[in-house]
Design a protein around this ligand. Structure first.
Ligand SMILES: Nc1nc2c(ncn2[C@@H]2O[C@H](COP(=O)(O)OP(=O)(O)OP(=O)(O)O)[C@@H](O)[C@H]2O)c(=O)[nH]1
Ligand SMILES: [Zn+2]
Length: 307
């Protein structure tokens, strides 16, 4: 409640479903309210590319039935953030207040870049999110090849789902993972994120169709997520494909936290300041040579500044 010039405005609470640049869609009691930001919020925190992301809980004042002004952004529980493109190190929040990241990669077309998958794992782990790895387009690849490429992640302990939006394989598992949870679905472009959501919730396709080709294009260039409710319970932030995932304030310890397979070997090198590259007595290199850890995962860890 705030008081201005004797007029009492009651702020109402809503959840941002989409940030479209200057305008935000906010759901209030099941209705979409188009909002702008109160001027003083526009600058936001200096390190943020935008003060608002899909999933943010906000307080707003209504201007008329379907328009409002966001007065305050409530503190986030957790989020998925990356470094925004550009020379200034700003943080771009992809989705806020999500509890789980469903990281989608394709078994083929496009070929999975596992180094990028590891980056997604670091960013999501750093954001405090639970993780599901979803390998889509399984219809394009033999079982054996799938196991070879992604089996490692299951061995490490991640939840790995194998799906096909075309044949319907694994969709029950994916539905089960999304049900009653606040998720963000992310991954590179063209891996089938939207196709999977449409297969799970055909109603969403209608809404996409309504948006039309022009806005659809706009959505990709804005690079922000859209939060949608799931008909079977829960919500998911559908995000445009991310080609790059720059880190924003990720420490070596946070990188290490996303490498549970390497953790048991950390801190066991002969030298305290071991770079894990050429030093004698490096526990990580020894473990890799002995086949106890995966060589590529170790390279990935070092590339991302893990120590
Ligand atoms: N064979 C096969 N093709 C698929 C599958 N899922 C999606 N596709 C196709 O892959 C292409 C990309 O699918 P999208 O759902 O647009 O991918 P996206 O990840 O949402 O892409 P962005 O919106 O660019 O991030 C489309 O041509 C789909 O028909 C699948 O399981 N198997
Ligand atoms: Zn070492």
């Amino acid at each position: 409640m705030s008081r201005r010039g004797g007029v009492t405005d009651e702020f109402i609470e809503g959840v941002v479903t989409e940030n479209r640049g200057a305008v935000f869609d906010v759901i209030v009691d099941g209705r979409v309210v188009q909002c702008t930001l109160r001027g003083r919020l526009k600058k936001g925190k200096q390190r943020d590319a935008s003060p608002i992301a899909a999933g943010d809980r906000v307080e707003l004042t209504m201007l008329e039935a379907s328009r409002g002004i966001v007065e305050r952004v409530l503190a986030r529980e957790c989020d998925l953030s990356r470094a925004a493109a550009g020379s200034v190190p700003l943080r771009q929040t992809i989705a806020a207040n999500v509890e789980q990241a469903v990281i989608v990669f394709a078994a083929a077309e496009p070929r999975a870049d596992l180094f990028l998958l590891d980056r997604f794992l670091v960013v999501a782990t750093t954001g405090g999110l639970e993780l599901v790895i979803c390998v889509n387009k399984c219809d394009l690849v033999e079982r054996e090849a799938l196991r070879e490429q992604f089996g490692l992640y299951r061995d490490i302990g991640y939840c790995v789902l194998f799906t096909s939006a075309v044949t319907g394989e694994g969709l029950d598992d994916l539905r089960g993972a999304l049900k009653d949870r606040r998720s963000v679905i992310c991954g590179p472009s063209g891996v089938g994120k939207s196709s999977l959501l449409n297969a799970l919730a055909p109603g969403l396709a209608l809404r996409t169709a309504e948006v039309g080709p022009v806005t659809h294009k706009g959505r990709h260039t804005t690079r922000w997520a859209r939060l949608v409710p799931l008909p079977f319970g829960g919500s998911v932030a559908d995000t445009p494909g991310l080609r790059q995932l720059g880190f924003c304030e990720v420490s070596p310890e946070q990188v290490a936290a996303a490498f549970p397979d390497l953790l048991p070997h950390l801190g066991r090198c002969r030298f305290n300041d071991c770079s894990h590259r050429t030093e004698p007595g490096c526990a990580l290199q020894e473990a890799a040579s002995a086949g106890e850890i995966d060589q590529r995962r170790l390279r990935s860890f070092l590339q991302m500044g893990g120590r």
